[in-house]
Design a protein around this ligand. Sequence first.
Ligand code: FES
Length: 81
Amino acid sequence: MYVCICHALNDKQVSKALDTGAHTPASIFRHHGCQVQCGKCVPLMREMAQDHRSRQCGACATTCTPEPANADAYPYGVAAE
Ligand code: FES
């Protein structure tokens, strides 16, 4: 399934980025050598990253701040970081 149409990134490519340390949409883009364009994929990437974190480490919810505090206020662009 394609997650990002602008860069033709599918769910397997996003999962691979998450498995190798990416933890935000911006870091997923960086892993693949690109950056956010239209931003429509950012909410799904964020959801995939949160799901990945919840499966990886139960302590992350209290010790990590992988998303900026204002991520919900800016669904695209800035919040991709
Ligand atoms: S769909 Fe990902 S940046 Fe446009």
